[in-house]
Ligand binder design. Structure first.
Ligand code: ITT
Ligand code: NA
Length: 202
């Protein structure tokens, strides 16, 4: 079965591909990336929640390609910032996809609040929209706290400043497989893979 992965974020795409291959088996679905779809437009993410935005992205994929489409909308919700950057995580600094600038701004905004007030969560909404109009939406979360300085080179986005609950390594210090095992995206897409297997049998 061919499935479109509607994301323009290459790091996210690599994680999605890895998690779905692990959950479903490498040849269960043939994944098509946005790079393989000519003239794919910028899709305005006007939703107020991760779930709404994931559905917006997946619906656009179906209407452009006619393929069953999965999409991810995700971000970091910081308690001390009233849940921000949240759905604005990719463009918090004003520059979409500038991970370093976005991370620096979050660190500056949290400032030196004590550890007990540095909690937050990564959130991932995962959507599957089918050409027949059926829609599925699931969510995964990883709780943790925001460090004062970066640690690690792996992952992407806010991973270098995020220490998951019960972990002694930041998400950027974890191996890819170890991050997938506990991350918001791993949880959401393992759940969605069950729906994919049910809705799109080989
Ligand atoms: P698409 O919309 O094309 O999928 P995007 O990067 O714009 O790509 P989002 O709107 O979902 O995607 O924003 C996700 C942002 O949240 C991402 O740029 C990171 O800053 C942050 N983020 C999401 N998952 C993360 C993770 O696993 N580790 C660190 N940061 C993450
Ligand atoms: Na978004």
């Amino acid at each position: 079965t061919r499935l479109l992965l509607a994301t323009g974020n290459k790091k996210k795409l690599a994680e999605l591909q890895r998690i779905l291959d692990q959950a479903l088996g490498a040849h269960q679905v043939e994944l098509v990336g946005l790079a393989d779809v000519p003239d794919y437009p910028e899709v305005p993410e006007t939703g107020l929640t991760f779930g709404e935005n994931a559905l917006i992205k997946a619906r656009e994929g179906v209407s452009r390609t006619g393929l069953p489409t999965v999409a991810d909308d995700s971000g970091l919700a910081v308690d001390a910032l009233n849940g921000m950057p949240g759905v604005f995580s990719a463009r918090w600094s004003g520059r979409h996809g500038d991970d370093a600038a976005n991370l620096d701004l979050v660190l500056a905004q949290i400032g030196d609040v004590p550890d007990a007030q540095r909690g937050g969560a990564f959130v991932c909404a995962a959507a599957l929209v089918l050409p027949n109009g059926r829609e599925h939406l699931v969510e995964g979360r990883q709780r943790g706290r925001i460090l004062r300085t970066r640690r690690g080179e792996g992952g992407f986005g806010y991973d270098p400043i995020f220490l998951g609950d019960g972990q002694d390594r930041t998400n950027a210090e974890l191996s890819p497989a170890d991050k997938d095992a506990i991350s918001h995206r791993g949880k959401a897409f393992r759940e969605l893979s069950k729906v994919i297997a049910r809705e799109l049998p080989r």
